[in-house]
Design a protein around this ligand. Structure first.
Ligand SMILES: [Fe+2]
Length: 586
């Protein structure tokens, strides 16, 4: 039983293939076409997934699409009358969906008649719920999906049991935690699609002094999980102006906040303006109100279901700061957030929904690692090196066995070098988790600035994340529940903050990755070698890129190494170093 999931014509377009209930491959289109958060049709991602599964499109039994034009039809029609431009945009996207069979055939270079699989439409949030629960380790769990908007809903919750999901409720347009966070991020001058995580980082620097206003912006009343104070927004009048049908450009979203927000909080920050204390305080107030609403919803879901485990999906599930508070502020004791919790994950969710809920097949798979993307052979790496500047003068290349490679790399890291670490299959989801990572010494406070100056060119307020040996988590953090996908932030133990200052955020937290020997022995081995040298079982881990999608191919890793001031590139079993300029004696 082979199922292809496709998230198309929507941000973070992606594909996934499951065979007899087991995930074989999953990847975002942006990794191939190098357009951040790319929308459009994920032709490259589909071709890769089929190749990885050794299948042709003719061997796919079911095609799962996470979009259902019939969902909330009444609400959609009501708003279509009020917002003709928005309705027109939506009808264009729906027209593209009607041609998806042909576009899939073209992507696979076959005639439309070669595709025999049955097509299924799965509602956006139902696919999110499925992406969280059906690949979780739990037989029973409460499940929550929260994002900007999908099939005219922003939030949905359910009870998951075995191979069934039972939807318990939802919140429809225009009320949305995702649009709330995006609107205030826009007000703060962070206007690019997907910029919300920057504002989450900024929030730790401020005080929530605008709490009063934020209780008007994001309200809890009348038995609703939350409501937006619509005076502060304009999307309910104009429709969210989304531009994401084209895969050639990063999606964009028109302004969501109304002039009334500026009346209450003062003029919006323009993107080039310096970040002031006021902006930090607005970010802190935004984050606090989000956490209150989110945790209130989770508490209510726990009361309704009586369950101890929660699975989360949707863009809001990337709010690792709020997720980290679940253990203290709700009765849930187990949390699962799969690595592609945002819209990319819809491809996996739709496929699993069809497998379990539609076809009634039993559960047989847990996503306990994120390595579902392409990998490259030693020959491909060798070829890429030989055909690059790194294969010429000024560089040394050594091939080392795995154990030696980890030892030498750990030595370089401990001596303050910036190391690009490229291994195995690419990560699924937006976080680099030890296969497409840049790693440095977490003990050196200055590394944050050095990384920003030499490689990443990010805003100074954004934190870097720690990777820690799973078994050492409790020694460094005030909580030890596994966080394999960097979706939870925990407090670093006060006595350890001076030991790992570089990935400890200003509020004393770290968005950690717990690294398991079982699921990534190579990366675990590298951190272990670093611990043997320094006594610290932690590395600072940031994604292998420079303002672009995370590198996918060896050529992209080598190019990033060459054009930035990275010191060392470890790629497969090869270690590439930029040679120091010769002293006058040589
Ligand atoms: Fe979504």
């Amino acid at each position: 039983m082979n199922i292809l999931g496709i998230n198309a014509y929507h941000g973070n377009s992606s594909a996934a293939v499951i065979c007899d209930g087991r995930l074989v491959a999953a990847v975002e289109e942006e990794r191939f076409n190098r357009v951040k958060n790319a929308a459009g049709f994920p032709a490259c991602a589909i071709r890769y997934c089929l190749a990885e599964a050794r299948l042709t499109i003719a061997q796919i039994d079911h095609v799962a699409i996470p979009r259902d034009p019939w969902a909330r039809l009444g609400t959609k029609l009501m708003y279509a009358v009020r917002m003709p431009r928005f309705a027109l945009e939506r009808s264009k996207v729906l027209t593209r969906f009607s041609g998806i069979h042909d576009e899939l055939a073209a992507a696979c270079d076959v005639g439309a008649e070669a595709i025999k699989g049955q097509f299924h439409r799965v509602e956006h949030h139902v696919a999110h719920l499925a992406s969280a629960f059906f690949v979780s380790p739990f037989d029973q769990a409460a499940v929550l999906s929260a994002d900007g908007l999908g099939d005219f809903a922003s939030t949905m919750w359910a009870k998951g049991k075995g191979n069934r999901l039972e939807v318990q409720g939802s919140v429809s347009f225009p009320h949305s935690l995702g649009l709330y966070y995006t609107a205030i991020s826009q007000y703060l001058g962070f206007r690019k699609y997907g910029d919300e995580y920057k504002v989450m980082g900024l929030a730790a620097y401020g005080e929530p002094v605008y709490q009063g206003v934020f209780h008007e912006i994001l309200q809890a009343n009348n038995g609703h999980p939350f409501r937006l104070g619509l005076r502060y927004f304009c999307h309910h009048q104009t429709g969210p102006q989304m531009t994401w049908a084209d895969s050639g450009a990063t999606p964009s979203l028109g302004q969501l906040y109304s002039p009334y927000l500026e009346e209450r909080l003062g003029l919006a920050r323009i993107p080039t303006e310096a970040v002031q204390k006021k902006h930090k305080d607005v970010a802190a107030s935004l984050q606090l109100a989000l956490e209150e609403a989110y945790l209130r919803m989770l508490n209510s879901l726990q009361r309704e279901t009586g369950l101890s485990a929660i699975c989360l999906a949707g863009g809001v599930a990337f709010n690792c700061v709020a997720n980290g508070k679940i253990f203290d502020r709700t009765p849930f004791s187990d949390v699962y957030v799969q690595p592609a919790a945002g819209d990319a994950g819809l491809a996996v969710g739709a496929a699993y929904y069809v497998y379990h809920q539609v076809l009634g097949r039993p559960r047989c798979f847990v996503m306990d690692h994120a390595y579902w993307g392409p990998q490259f052979s030693a020959q491909a790496i060798q070829h890429a090196l030989e055909n690059s500047e790194a294969g010429g003068p000024g560089f040394s290349i050594k091939q080392l066995p795995a154990e030696e490679l980890a030892k030498v790399t750990a030595l370089r890291i401990a001596s303050g070098k910036i190391v690009g670490w490229f291994q195995g299959r690419a990560e699924w989801g937006p976080r680099a988790l030890g296969n497409r990572s840049i790693v440095v010494d977490p003990r050196r406070a200055e590394m944050k600035e050095v990384l920003n100056q030499r490689i990443k060119h990010r805003e100074v307020f954004r934190p870097f994340a720690p990777s820690i040996l799973e078994e050492s988590t409790a020694d460094y953090f005030e909580r030890s529940h596994p966080s394999p996908f960097m979706n939870l932030a925990y407090s670093v133990r006060p006595e350890r903050r001076a030991t790992i200052p570089a990935p400890t955020h200003v509020d004393g937290t770290g968005r950690l990755q717990t690294v398991s020997r079982r699921t990534n022995p190579l990366y675990w081995g590298l951190i272990k070698e670093f611990e043997k040298l320094t006594g610290v079982p932690v590395l600072l881990n940031t994604s292998f890129n420079d303002n672009e999608p995370i590198v996918l191919k060896p050529e992209e890793a080598i190019d990033c190494f060459l054009r930035t001031k990275m010191d060392v590139l470890v790629i497969g079993d090869q270690i590439v170093e930029k040679q120091e300029p010769c002293a006058s004696s040589c």
